[in-house]
Design a protein around this ligand. Structure first.
Ligand SMILES: NC(=O)NC(NC(N)=O)C(=O)[O-]
Ligand SMILES: [Zn+2]
Ligand SMILES: [Zn+2]
Length: 444
């Protein structure tokens, strides 16, 4: 019998602090040893030679909508998780909405868990929903193992997942605080967005820019300030998802500095795309909050480099192609970007190679921080005792992303046609190789 199941030799291991040469020994899904002093000579069932490759902790994608059960025709746990594996992610947190029934009570959580157990090729965790009328269900969801709770401050676009009014939000946050859990919030102002959208459409103004102007940065700032004030009053841990601008991040920074337990996520699309992409590509680049202008993108990169952003999640919210078609009215068409497979590619190409973002920082934002913030004590780090969730990347390889490379159910994305520097060669989940040679091993 071999001493180990798998040894990864000669790679450059990336931690949040440094890059080290080392060999990694894996058994029973766990990292047993990271040897940086001398090569590991023990025998193993399999040895991967990672010479010339970078070895990263697998990405933890804190924000995906895989839509199963109920809207599996939009994505699904199998196709969604395969796309993550292909992109170097080894764990995801699925949002409680877009799947039907939504995860707003324990029986619905159990249905989702069973689906993921059958179909996901990577580790799956789930957000529970906070919606009007379900505060008494939060405890059972918490006990059922949700990663935290998610609420919308503006309409979600999904009929069976209503946005939380201020009282639901405030009372819900009291309950989340008493459970010791955390609330993730989609923070846009309903009043501002709805009134501006109504005004624009009444005037026949329905271009990409009109749509963007109907959801201005101030709408995010107002909602973030409001929910931060509730966090201060209730002591509820808070996580603001998909901040589109550094101006939003600044509000969160100020709150952090006065001791509020609040963190912030941004997404690759706010770092890689602008309103021009929405104009050029149409519905495929439509999301909420919307894409911003070039100056905002550069400011957001500065926030990323400065450590002002805590987590980067994809907010993969896919839909069939016909729901993404916009002919002239940008208020129509599904809001949500298909991007889960490209997070690392974007951070490497646009961040590391173009703007000098360090690999350590990428690991911190995509693995170390999400693991810490959401209590995954055995994930996010390559070290003895941690789960063997590992991604091998060849930074010397570049490729142009084509539709057929995507593992999504619907092979479209605003990132198609771009050239990326750095390619995921192998993804290992709990010690098992699930992606290599551009293929997902779908024994699951
Ligand atoms: N129902 C959704 O999937 N919404 C998502 N849509 C986006 N981001 O455009 C989201 O996270 O708000
Ligand atoms: Zn959202
Ligand atoms: Zn989302």
């Amino acid at each position: 019998m071999s001493a180990y199941d798998l040894i990864i030799k000669n790679g450059t291991v990336v931690t949040a602090d440094s890059l080290v040469q080392g060999d990694i020994a894996i058994k029973n899904g766990k990292i047993k040893q990271l040897s940086t002093e001398k090569p590991l000579d023990s025998n193993a069932d399999r040895v991967i030679n990672a010479k010339g490759l970078h070895v990263l902790p697998g990405l933890i994608d804190s924000h995906v909508h895989f839509n199963e059960p109920g809207r599996t025709e939009w994505e699904g746990l199998e196709t969604g998780s395969k796309s993550l594996a292909a992109g170097g992610a080894t764990t995801f947190f699925d949002m409680p909405l877009n799947s039907t029934p939504p995860v707003i009570d324990k029986p619905n959580l159990d249905i989702k868990k069973a689906c993921a157990n059958d179909k996901s090729v990577v580790n799956a965790r789930f957000w529970g929903g906070l919606v009007p009328g379900n505060i008494q269900k939060l405890k059972e969801l918490h006990e059922g193992g949700v990663i935290g709770f998610k609420a919308f401050m503006s309409p979600s676009g999904i009929k069976d997942f209503n946005n939380a009014d201020d009282v639901t939000l405030f009372k819900g946050m009291k309950e989340v605080a008493s459970l010791g859990s955390i609330l993730a919030v989609h923070a846009e102002s309903t009043v501002i967005c709805e009134q501006l959208a109504e005004e624009k459409q009444r005037q026949g103004k329905t271009s990409a820019r009109d749509f963007v102007e109907s959801r201005p940065i101030i709408s995010e700032i107002e909602a973030v300030q409001r929910v931060i004030s509730y966090a201060e009053a209730t002591g509820c841990k808070l996580h603001i998802v998909h901040a589109s601008s550094r101006k939003v991040v600044e509000v969160i920074r100020e709150a952090q500095q006065r001791g509020v337990d609040v963190t912030v996520e941004t997404c690759p699309h706010y770092l890689a795309l602008t309103v021009n992409d929405l104009e050029e590509k149409g519905g495929i680049a439509k999301c909420m909050p919307p894409l911003r202008d070039e100056e905002e993108v550069e400011d957001l990169w500065a926030a990323v480099a400065n450590g002002e952003i805590n987590v980067i999640g994809s907010d993969h919210s896919p839909a069939p192609a016909d729901m993404k078609v916009i002919t002239d009215n940008y208020f129509e068409g599904w809001g949500g970007i298909s991007g889960a497979q490209s997070t690392l590619n974007i951070l490497l190409t646009e961040g590391h190679f173009k703007r000098g973002l360090t690999l350590e920082k990428i690991v911190e934002l995509t693995a170390v921080n999400p693991a810490k913030r959401f209590g995954l004590t055995t994930k996010g780090v390559i070290a003895a005792g941690f789960d063997a969730d590992i991604t091998l990347v060849d930074l010397t390889k570049s490729f142009e992303l084509k539709n057929e490379d995507l593992f999504y159910r619907h092979q479209h994305s605003p990132y198609i046609g771009k050239t990326y520097q750095g390619k995921v060669t192998t993804t290992i989940v709990n010690g098992e190789v699930v992606f290599e040679n551009d293929r997902v091993n779908a024994d699951k």
